[in-house]
Design a protein around this ligand. Structure first.
Ligand code: NDP
Length: 337
């Protein structure tokens, strides 16, 4: 089901205090959109630690509260827009104990709700309004009078009003202009984690191995980097796929290319990939294995140097032949400027 502006009643928000916990990518964009949809500024409160994000909110004319507990106490609606890995700690310890029993909590990603990492009261509403765009696009499309793709769901209906509130909020941030898609925290999390842990790792491996084979066959670093991604051809292909269709975009390519791509794809047996994808989906994503392993390293992600596991992964990835070659190409290009 797809919900449009006509399905949503902005009047449901008229007497509500709306708190944005976090004024980053999504928080800044959504709060500004909501205000420009007619929600009075005095009904909006930004909760943020004392720093540049808080200053940014003040400079845009918003009221700012630095104490998350106090912000939680006044919230009828609380948008939880801080990074996913920080949400359980911050929400459960500082906000949840002081949140009204009838408050609506809005998440922009299903992860913490699907894996049950946030503590809600049964009387509260839990709503997902999850834009499929980065914050700057959520804002720029709204300013242009356009909508953006967004998933919406009522995950817990404590007040009996969770879905109507979810739709009003979706409309207020501009998401129902182009149609907000009915989804769920499970579906959103499943697709997100699958893309991140199965689809894109395979794409990285395909590029890595293609690079090595062609390099071994005598292709130069420059030719390979430009042929494979620096020309932005892959970006253009996906842009065309979004506009013309996943298969129909091929019609923009030469006949040799179309024939090679279609006959090649049809000849490849995807059975091993499908099996690997299923393993990752069921035995790593949906069974919570990744989530519990990630929870164990989450605090280390704020550390410096090799104590941060993400830095270690970056270091290991830098040793890929493709990454080394790209470094050389970019250094030579910089020398030409
Ligand atoms: P950001 O990384 O932009 O969030 C930054 C905000 O979170 C700042 O206000 C920052 O304040 C605050 N923050 C960060 N760490 C902490 C902490 N430990 N305690 C308190 N405040 C903290 O987040 P996003 O906007 O990217 O993501 C917010 C939500 O939106 C997530 O659930 C994400 O999955 C979802 N989402 C994000 C999209 C995107 O494009 N980025 C797209 C769709 C959904 P401070 O300066 O004090 O750290």
């Amino acid at each position: 089901k797809i919900y449009y502006d006509a399905d949503a009643d902005l009047g449901l928000l008229s007497d509500k205090t709306i708190v944005f916990l976090g004024f980053g990518n999504q928080g800044a964009a959504q709060a500004q959109n909501l205000r420009e949809s007619g929600i009075p500024n005095e009904n909006i409160l930004i909760a943020n630690r004392v720093d540049a994000y808080a200053e940014d909110a003040k400079s845009k004319g918003f009221r700012v509260e630095h104490d998350f507990g106090k912000a939680g106490e006044v919230a009828d609606v609380l948008f939880l827009l801080i990074p996913d890995q920080a949400q359980p700690r911050v929400f459960n310890e500082q906000v949840a104990p002081r949140l009204k029993p009838t408050a609506a909590v809005v998440i922009a990603s299903g992860y913490n709700v699907f894996f049950k990492l946030l503590n809600f009261q049964a009387t509260q509403d839990v709503i997902m309004v999850a834009p499929r765009m980065i914050g700057s696009s959520v804002r720029s499309l709204y300013v242009k009078g356009k909508g953006f793709p967004c998933f919406v769901s009522a995950e817990q209906d404590g007040t009996g009003q969770a879905l109507p509130i979810a739709l009003s909020l979706s409309r207020a941030i501009g998401a129902t202009r182009a149609g907000a898609i009915a989804s769920s925290a499970k579906e959103e999390t499943m697709m997100d984690l699958f893309a991140e842990q199965a689809l894109w790792p395979n794409i990285i491996v395909l590029f890595r191995e293609a690079f090595s084979v062609l390099k071994e066959a005598g292709c130069s670093d420059e030719a390979l980097c430009y042929e494979m991604w620096m020309s932005k051809e892959p970006a253009e292909i996906f842009e065309r796929a979004a506009e013309d269709g996943f298969v129909d975009q091929l019609k923009h390519h030469s006949t040799v290319s179309q024939f090679g791509q279609l006959s090649g794809a049809l000849a490849l047996d995807g059975a091993a990939t499908r099996e690997q994808f299923k393993q990752i989906l069921y035995n790593q994503v949906l069974n919570g294995k990744f989530c519990s392993e990630f929870s164990q390293i989450e605090e280390d992600l704020e550390k410096e140097g090799d104590a941060n596991p993400l830095n270690v992964l970056y270091k290991r990835s830098e040793s890929m032949e493709l990454a080394q070659a790209e470094k050389r190409v970019r250094a030579r290009l910089a020398g030409l400027v």
